[in-house]
Design a protein around this ligand. Structure first.
Ligand code: ACO
Length: 323
């Protein structure tokens, strides 16, 4: 059977760092409040004129270099983003052009914070069908552009950044010992728009709008959604929390991460967390965390890695892969 094996991973963060103390000079907040409620200490913010596709391009180049491949080896580009450069053309085609690719197909996918898991699942299905050979799966966001910088309940939570993986179709045995994506589980429930949404858009208000969130409500749902879909991924592959080497969750909030891991019986030392340094970078958070854990030698070939995310929609999902 065909499997989608990770060949490389890379990331990019804008150079400007915004600390909690910096934020306390903009809104009525404190380092203590933010750290205690979320675990976030700092986040990166894109420079003026630095767009989502620029961040995505740099992450893609880093992933290609890590894989020892060039843009011409890629025939599928999927970009998960909720903060595209333009309504159209897609951020993916912008990145395709900036990478100098003139063949293959590139498109965006929008599932907010679950976007990377949805994009990985989509690329996996393309590769396993045999229609495409190598995919760049990119999560890239500039949430700083859709924040209401006067609303302390949301503006302290998010950051900008991008991460990418290169996936390659490769023959496997069809067992849980295969390298590659073993299962992906995607879910959505559109009844919850009011809890987490952007209050603008081309067809509704003709404005870009700002992110609005009922934080307590989102928190209440998030842990249940995450644990449910991760359990489904374990069940689909006949694996358990003990088999796992690394748990790489969407990085929204340290408390959601820790509570989810505890409920799933995943040991704290298996949890990869970067939320303290990046804030919530939405679709970019998982590939940013993967990139950090590969670079420092934690995630190695053969390791069993569980990804999970939950976000606006609601959307949520999990992916289990053997690195
Ligand atoms: N600094 C200081 N005080 C603040 C701040 C702030 N930045 N933000 C809110 N407060 C105040 C509130 O005004 C409130 O004051 P009040 O009691 O006088 O009214 C008080 O702090 C408590 O506010 P709550 O919203 O009840 O605080 P809570 O403990 O629920 O923490 C938080 C808020 C951190 C947003 C939490 O609900 C949360 O993490 N929710 C999950 C949301 C999330 O992570 N979403 C990410 C996007 S979706 C995703 O990726 C899953």
């Amino acid at each position: 059977v065909l499997r989608s094996v990770v060949r490389g991973v890379g990331s990019y963060l804008p150079s400007r760092v915004l600390t909690n103390d910096d934020l306390s000079r903009i809104v009525d907040t404190s380092d203590e409040w933010i750290v205690q409620r979320t675990g976030i200490k700092e986040r990166h913010i894109a420079a003026e004129g630095e767009t989502t596709s620029m961040l995505g391009d740099k992450a893609a180049r880093a992933a290609l270099e890590n894989a020892g491949l060039s843009p011409h080896d890629i025939d599928l580009v999927i970009v998960a983003t909720s903060t595209p450069d333009y309504t159209f053309p897609s951020t993916a085609t912008q990145i395709q052009a900036s990478l100098g690719m003139t063949r293959g197909v590139a498109f965006d996918l929008q599932a907010v914070c679950s976007g990377f898991v949805f994009a990985l699942a989509t690329a996996d299905k393309f590769l396993r069908s045999g229609s495409h050979k190598r995919a760049l799966v990119i999560g890239a966001e500039t949430f700083s552009r859709i924040l209401d910088w006067t609303d302390r309940s949301t503006c302290v939570l998010f950051g900008d950044g991008a991460g990418a993986v290169v996936l390659e179709a490769s023959q496997g045995e069809g067992s849980a010992t295969d390298r590659g994506v073993l299962t992906t589980q995607l879910r959505s429930d559109g009844r919850h728009r009011a809890k987490l949404h952007v209050d603008g858009g081309p067809s509704s208000t003709q404005t870009v709008g700002h992110l609005r969130m009922e934080g307590k409500e989102v928190f209440r749902f998030a842990v249940g959604m995450v644990t449910g879909v991760v359990k489904d991924a374990f069940e689909a592959t006949g694996t358990t929390a003990e088999d796992l080497d690394w748990f790489v969750p969407h990085q929204a909030n340290r408390r959601i991460i820790d509570m989810s891991a505890a409920k799933l019986g995943i040991a704290p030392e298996k949890v990869v967390a970067t939320v303290h340094l990046h804030g919530n970078t939405s679709a970019a958070s998982i590939p940013l965390a993967l990139s950090a854990a590969v670079a420092d030698g934690r995630i190695r070939p053969g390791h069993l890695v569980m990804l999970e995310a939950v976000g606006g929609g609601f959307t949520w999902g999990a992916a289990l892969l053997r690195w």
